[in-house]
Design a protein around this ligand. Sequence first.
Ligand SMILES: Nc1ncnc2c1ncn2[C@@H]1O[C@H](COP(=O)(O)OP(=O)(O)OP(=O)(O)O)[C@@H](O)[C@H]1O
Length: 267
Amino acid sequence: MKGGRPVTTTPPASTAPSTAVQPAASVPPAEGPLVETRGLSKLFRVGSSRIAALNNVDLTVPRGSFTAIVGTSGSGKSTLLNMLAGLEKPTAGEVYVAGQPLHRFSEAQLVAYRRQQVGFIFQSFNLLPTLTALDNVALPLSFQGMPKARRRARARAVLTQLGLGQHLHHKPTQLSGGQQQRVGIARALAVNPTIVFADEPTGNLDSRTAERILTLFRNVIARYNQTWIMVTHDQHIASFADTVVSIGDGRITGIHTNTTPEPGARS
Ligand SMILES: Nc1ncnc2c1ncn2[C@@H]1O[C@H](COP(=O)(O)OP(=O)(O)OP(=O)(O)O)[C@@H](O)[C@H]1O
């Protein structure tokens, strides 16, 4: 696969164990935007009708940034996210992540991209109910072929960094919603991702917990110099991001940079 793993996510040595989120391989120098789409389009055919879920989208996302994609239901947010995450292929146009042309990738290359370079955070957390927090976070590392002792050590380190050191052996039903989403964040971070996608990540949380989770997002992004893209229908949630990309009818309708972040969004 081209491109490798361009984002340096090594945590400060004084604050994090070495097993936490060290790059698994040597990291080539980072240059240019992390994400770039050109004329990205997705057409769905349903019976005799055609739906332009995405229509000629040109988008650039800098490395180390937090971007929100905001729009009403059916505007094309998930379709765009799916394309950037290598879950679906475009009908037309180009999509590059870390210089890699996802639009030209085979299914096998897309699977490898998702497993090795992408962290996912979901609205409903998507934790396996029979596994502990530790095992949920260690699971994606097994798909990378990491030996058991190392993946458990890394999962433990990331969970501890996120304040869940006392909850390593709790199952999802024994955790609050905010704690479950922190496990979800730990699972995304454990694979040392090039990019993290969050799909309505606070949709199942009360507003206070949601703000705490979004503040945690900001802290994690700054600490590890990561690139995160979040989809939401909620302008207030979007205001925690550095950049808000508005989408409507499959087109970008505006790009706004948050110069004065939401109170409490930065800490
Ligand atoms: N697999 C599919 N087959 C047919 N049409 C689809 C498919 N997926 C999405 N669409 C259509 O594409 C358009 C964009 O859908 P998309 O799911 O991207 O919107 P969204 O902004 O994420 O909406 P929501 O916030 O409700 O999840 C909608 O009109 C939707 O009906």
